[in-house]
Design a protein around this ligand. Structure first.
Ligand SMILES: Cc1cc2nc3c(=O)[nH]c(=O)nc-3n(C[C@H](O)[C@H](O)[C@H](O)COP(=O)(O)OP(=O)(O)OC[C@H]3O[C@@H](n4cnc5c(N)ncnc54)[C@H](O)[C@@H]3O)c2cc1C
Length: 374
């Protein structure tokens, strides 16, 4: 007889952790399998730590809805559980007439998404708020902020554990096979390979989530689940620029990312990034040949910055469903019952604003899981 559990969650990034915290209640046996030695070592710790407002995404998309809901849940969590944050606000800046029109479009888009505190700024108004920033116009988002994402991950982990979720680290899921109404899940750890039975499988495997769906038997090409890796690198600005801006400063968005922005960490450190470039492999080294590109991008709105003030810092990789030059793709959060896999919940393409949206994504998945166990 194989050991049986109720729910197998694959991946202990912010999405797996928040989901475990949401669904680990009562007697339900929730196990989280993580291939790394601990939680949060991949995309969840390689990002801008920005609490996004929910401006950019098409109306009614999951990205828009879950970002707006997640933002409010996340601020509440931070307040209640002593997670450091700063609701510093953000300004998207325009350098040309074209970009100024883009700001107006973003203002409308944001309002449609329920972000009702946006303010269009003239050059003079912008200068009053951010004397060091050079731009033609701006769009102020007062509800954007930054927070300590590691403390959030730690909090989610300890709450999920307290509620009874079991974390199994250094353990990779290498096979998922449907067995009647359940799944045989094959795992590999230091002691070798073993198999157990799960009533439900929740795929929160980040950059690997398309492969996990494929392992379970989903035709990922047909389903449109194939992921593209899109690298985002950061450069830091030297300490003489501490607190050079009061808010997060973003350019108008690019095709694959939010554009190289300026973030001031909770400690006042300033960094630039991320860029967005499609890559074939997972490699977190920062390519220094992009320094000039970062410099040119920053100089557009911080004209006094010098090339030697930039130093390579870190990188993350976006699990993107949208390939190069392709149109917007939403998060996939799907119970695959119709595809013939009842009890399998896939979360694929959870790129930005996944960190902000995490508490709302967890609630969404929690409702799906509750239906399975009704
Ligand atoms: C450069 C960059 C900047 C970003 N900035 C922001 C931002 O400012 N604000 C924001 O809201 N969002 C941001 N995001 C998005 C956010 O970071 C992600 O949406 C979020 O971290 C995704 O979390 P996750 O749990 O899905 O993935 P991950 O954190 O990658 O977790 C997935 C986990 O699954 C595990 N796993 C994979 N395969 C297996 C397997 N077979 N068996 C066991 N375990 C497995 C992995 O080891 C990993 O720990 C950014 C992303 C990037 C790349």
């Amino acid at each position: 007889m194989l050991a049986e559990i109720d729910v197998a969650i694959i991946g202990a990034g912010v999405i797996g952790l928040a989901t475990a915290r949401e669904i680990a209640q009562g007697e339900k046996g929730v196990f989280v399998f993580e291939k790394n030695r601990t939680f949060g070592l991949e995309t969840s710790s390689r990002n801008s730590e920005v609490i996004h407002a929910g401006i950019y995404y098409p109306e009614n998309s999951l990205k828009a809805k879950l970002c707006v809901e997640g933002k409010s849940l996340l601020y509440k969590l931070c307040d209640r559980h002593n997670i450091a944050y700063k609701k510093c606000g953000k300004i998207i800046v325009a350098a040309s007439k074209n970009e100024t029109t883009q700001l107006e479009n973003l203002y409308e888009q944001g309002r449609k998404n329920g972000v009702d505190d946006l303010v269009l700024l003239s050059r003079t108004e912008l200068k009053m708020l951010e004397p060091n920033v050079e731009a033609r116009a701006g769009l102020l988002s007062p509800s954007s902020g930054i927070f300590d994402s590691y403390t959030l991950l730690k909090f989610l982990y300890s709450q999920a554990s307290e509620k009874g979720a079991e974390f199994v680290f250094d353990t990779e899921v290498i096979g998922i096979e449907r067995a009647g109404a359940k799944y045989e899940v094959r795992i590999k750890d230091r002691d070798g390979i073993s198999v157990f039975v799960a009533h439900a499988v929740v795929n929160c495997a980040g950059l690997n989530s398309d492969r996990i769906a494929q392992l379970a038997g989903i035709d990922i090409a047909k389903a449109g689940y194939k992921l593209h890796y899109c690298k985002g690198e950061y450069f830091s600005l030297s300490s003489k620029y501490r607190n050079v801006v009061n808010r997060l400063i973003y350019p108008t968005p690019e095709q694959a990312g939010h554009g190289i922005h300026v973030t001031v960490g909770l400690d006042g450190r300033v960094r630039l990034g991320p860029n967005a470039r499609y890559v074939e492999t997972i490699d977190y080294a920062v390519d220094e040949t992009y320094k000039q590109y970062f410099y040119n991008s920053a100089k557009r709105f911080l004209p006094f910055v010098e090339l030697e003030d930039l130093a390579p810092e870190s990188a993350g990789i976006r699990p993107k469903l949208q390939g190069p030059e392709e149109d917007f793709r939403d998060f996939v959060i799907a119970h695959e019952e119709k595809a013939g896999f009842p009890g399998l919940i896939n979360l694929i393409g959870i790129e930005s604003p996944g960190l902000t949206a995490a508490p709302a994504i967890a609630r969404y998945v929690g409702r799906m899981a509750a239906e399975l166990f009704d």
